[in-house]
Design a protein around this ligand. Structure first.
Ligand code: HEM
Length: 394
């Protein structure tokens, strides 16, 4: 007689405040249950270990994005046509266009402007007894520069942070209050982008305008150009803001690591990867399984929805020994905090540039970072702080 193996199952609600605010013990438990775990309350599969998440991300023909990366159907259908929610070859055609202004060469031209802004910002903050590291430092470059680069008009720029956070909240399960609130705003934003946004209102030379120029040239349809604006609008701010806030908190808590970085600024790229590994700003996105697939001992059936737990995989001790230790010498360049494979973060170089400029400037000017009273923001998709009391010591 053949014995059927029990499916590893966990009863947590992945989108409850308790799990969101203190996720790491839950991630440890999920990984210990197996590389693929059924989340019974949420009725969704979760890939938990570094190897299982990585190999799924590298198999997009089985773990497909085309029917959405969220876990509720209204949001998955509303997102049809954005790059994040598409498979190759359509995805790659959009991505080639999308990523043009985000490649290292294009970004190099931006660097001097970022350096000047950050130099002034840090000098000002050094004169202050204390400040909110999230609102006054982490928000600074994304709000000052990135909203302008996207090229939305004044209304769009003013609302972009709120819209983006709401859209990411709408990635959750439909019965969740944050999802419902986010969905309402997401539908408003999609309506605005598709129907009310006047292309003449986009800032000339911005990324948004470039999409419409590509539509004029017949490279993409105007509908695609409008939907792709969502790809610029949603992930460009909070992700980087959360990573910057995490860097402040981590370096304040680990002054030895700050000393190492100041002594050798060449460590900054590795430090940024380590911050994104240990405090991954994106908890998870999902995929739709196109054919029955074995993950470890478990068979996931075609049609299932599966979460890629980037943040959980990034603390897998089989990949990153002593994973809860913040160590800027670790050089975890293959972590999954930016994803991997065809959908690997398209804005990664911009995020790294922004955070590099901040760390480089602070390494020259700041001997100690002090931080206290971290206030965490419960959010369905993003891990990050709402505020952090900081002081910089020259
Ligand atoms: C520290 C900052 C950031 C983190 C941690 C992050 C994380 C991620 C992750 C995990 C993915 C993978 C999605 C998947 O597997 O389906 C992703 C994709 C993406 N990111 Fe980021 N991101 C960051 C910054 C940015 C910025 C600044 C932008 C825009 C300027 C951006 C734009 C995108 C886009 C458009 C995709 C979808 C790419 C595709 O579908 O091909 N991200 N990001």
């Amino acid at each position: 007689m053949q014995l059927t193996k029990a499916i590893p199952t966990c009863e947590i609600d992945f989108w409850s405040d308790a799990v969101i605010l203190d996720p790491y013990p839950h991630y440890d438990r999920l990984r210990s249950l197996g590389p693929a775990v059924w989340l019974a309350r949420n009725e969704v599969w979760a890939l938990t270990r570094y190897d299982s998440v990585r190999s799924a991300l590298l198999s997009p023909e089985i773990f497909s994005s085309a029917s959405g990366c969220m876990v509720n159907e209204p949001m998955n259908s509303a997102s049809q046509g954005i790059m994040l929610c598409s498979d190759d070859p359509q995805h790659l055609a959009m991505r080639r266009l999308f990523a043009r202004p985000l490649m290292p060469k294009a970004l190099a031209e931006l660097r001097p402007r970022l350096e000047a802004l950050v130099e002034h910002k840090i000098d000002t903050l050094l004169t202050r007894d204390s400040f909110d590291g999230v609102a006054e430092l982490a928000h600074y470059l994304p709000l000052a520069i990135v909203t302008e680069l996207v090229g939305l008009n004044e209304e769009g720029r003013r609302n972009m942070l709120e819209w983006a956070a709401a859209i990411f909240n709408a990635f959750g399960p439909i019965e969740n209050a944050r999802t419902l609130e986010g969905l309402e705003i997401a539908q408003h934003v999609i309506g605005y982008v598709l129907e009310r946004l006047d292309r003449a209102s986009l800032i000339p030379g911005g990324w948004g305008e470039a999409l419409f120029i590509a539509a004029d040239a017949g490279t993409i349809s105007e509908h695609t150009a409008r939907m792709m604006l969502i790809d610029y609008l949603t992930p460009a701010l909070d992700t980087t803001i959360n990573a910057t806030s995490a860097a402040l908190e981590l370096f304040a808590a680990h002054p030895d690591q700050w000393d190492l970085l100041r002594e050798d600024p060449a460590l900054i790229p590795h430090a940024i990867n380590e911050v994104v590994r240990i405090e991954s700003p994106i908890r998870a996105f999902s995929r739709h399984v196109t054919a029955d697939v074995e993950v470890g001992d478990v068979r996931i059936p075609a049609g299932a929805r599966v979460l890629m737990l980037y943040a959980c995989a990034n603390r897998d001790p089989d990949k990153f020994p002593d994973p809860q230790r913040f160590d800027i010498h670790r050089r975890p360049s293959d972590h999954l905090g930016f994803g991997m494979g065809t959908h690997v973060c398209a804005g990664m170089h911009l995020a790294k540039l922004e955070i590099s400029v901040i760390l480089e400037t602070m390494a020259r000017k700041v001997r100690r970072i002090e931080a206290s009273n971290p206030v965490r923001r419960p959010h369905n998709t993003l891990r990050g702080l709402a505020s952090l009391d900081c002081a910089l010591v020259a």
